[in-house]
Write a protein that binds this ligand. Sequence first.
Ligand code: ACO
Length: 353
Amino acid sequence: MKAPVCNAWRLYDGLPWSIKDKTLPKAKITALGCYTPPRILTNQDLEKLVDTNDEWIVARTGIRERHIADPGMATSDMAIEAAKCALAQRGIEASEVEVIIVCTVTPDMFFPATACLVQHGIGAKGAWGFDMIAACSGFVYGTTTGAHLVAAGTHKKVLVIGSDTMSRIIDYTDRSTCVLFGDGAGAVLIEPTADGEDAGYIDFLGEIDGSGGDALKMPAGGSRMPASHETVEKRMHFVHQEGQQVFKYAVRKMYEVCRDLLERNGLTGADVGVMIPHQANLRIINAAADRLGIPSGKVLINIDRYGNTTAGTIPLATRDAISQGRLKKGDLVLFAAVGAGYTVGASLWRWAY
Ligand code: ACO
């Protein structure tokens, strides 16, 4: 068997514990709500801001337009809309939610946590929660954490939200980054499966690699480099990216993490019902899917309409998969992401509704 990617896996000999120990409860996603702000920024709009053109952006990234939040809207506002939508879909009251995990790199402010603002905004009295900073891998990490809280038998209703207002930390004079990102949010509810139900969370594989931290970051505003006139003048409160370095890492890791996850579950790309990858660049997605042997018809792509919404991409793509009839009850779903940090993660789920 191939050397596993994550250290935790080395503790377990054989199958992952989640499917090895049949006595543990299983976790499933029971509802999904999304929100994107109505304002759209097209490639043609960006041509007026920086030296770029629609042809370059489409050919290099696959993006045609992205949604941008109006000035009054922050990450928690989008998260609240997505959460309300998920709860309405499930037909439950916010007061029934026990945990709120908000995955974001664009919190309303450093503290209080966006999870607290969402808790208050939806009226989830009695819930606890926290923010998770894992950039583009946020939703994969957040849903895995939520699944484990449910699988531990300690929680029955966990709300996981990916929400990012990337437009607030993008430098719209930097053509190499401003064409890539958009704003959006998605929320899922995670609950225990019914007795004997063959659905829900199966397995996760993750890896972080801080040696890549400098390749994609917002340099100032934290304890290393607090806000000052100098940091503002040097535009250090915006996303800085070594595009090619991140691209090469993402192409390699998106494939490797999926390959290893499938392999240790005795699966191949041919078994995957739907691959729902993080939407950073169409070329990264296609390269990974090709090498995994997953045909393009089974790979959800909506980067053309939303760009990279960081923690929002996977729930937005999942919503599209459902609405297009491409994700149905019983399908094997592969979520996968690579992002700033570096953070890498993939998870397997049997879709439950
Ligand atoms: N319009 C026109 N030309 C451009 C633009 C633009 N918007 N941006 C860059 N160029 C130019 C460059 O200046 C360069 O010109 P030169 O050859 O004269 O120097 C040329 O195009 C090629 O630039 P590259 O950076 O080599 O272009 P590349 O093909 O690598 O594409 C891109 C750039 C799209 C940013 C790509 O590198 C990429 O997608 N990187 C990974 C992004 C990613 O996955 N991020 C991780 C997730 S984000 C998160 O975690 C928050």
